[in-house]
Design a protein around this ligand. Sequence first.
Ligand SMILES: [Zn+2]
Length: 275
Amino acid sequence: MLKHKTSVLFADTKGKGKKTIQIPTSILLHWKKYLLIAATVFLGFGLVIAFFIYENTSNYYTTIYKEKLARANQIKNAIDIEKAKQSFESINQSMDRINRFMEDRGLTPLDFENAGGPVEFEVTDINEIAELYAEDIQKMESLIKNTPIGKPHEGEQTSHFGVRHNPFGGGGFEGHKGVDLRGEIGEPIRSTAGGTVEFAGRKGGYGNCVVIRHKNDFKTLYGHLSEINVKEGQKVKSGEIIGKLGSTGRSTGPHVHYEIIRGDEKINPQEYLNL
Ligand SMILES: [Zn+2]
């Protein structure tokens, strides 16, 4: 049918500029049908193009999502949960040991927030657990800093806590309620814990003496000083110089007499001297 053609003559009203074109006869007869086909094809192309655009843009977001997922997995794998559990267990055990050690020395054991420790936890809990440990370790640090630990002076220990021969001779025994550390006159004497100076001055046989009040009902006493460097009511830190070594009071030679008092009782400082 398409082969059959019809000649169409284009001419203006004056009959000039004539032009003849040949158009397949069927198009002239069925133009509505061909227009519909053309419109359908056009619409079809439009849909295909829209689909490709959609595909490409959604691929873009899928790629970002996949990248993020990969990164998350990478982080998850980097945190070895088993190793983290072991580390936390180990920290727990150390903290328990320190706590028992302090308890043996008459301190109230610390109440740790994560007592017992984390047995099962997820990666997402790690921040929370780490925060708990940070808090607990701060408590421990504060307790240790405020407990008389270590020596007020690094000199040789010449006398122990307990019964001893009268150092002034003449026979007999006496109770020695502290330890003596020998040194040179003028060497610094340091507070063994943070606290408040309760007494600073002359105190009988102790000579020039400093008494510091600490937390948990502890006090420390430093005797025979040649010089006192603190005032009553003054706050001191652990390790702060409070005076100078001397031989004032009832003393046979330059040394510091050191006592730890818990409540009303003078206790043996020996266990506190070395951790
Ligand atoms: Zn002494």
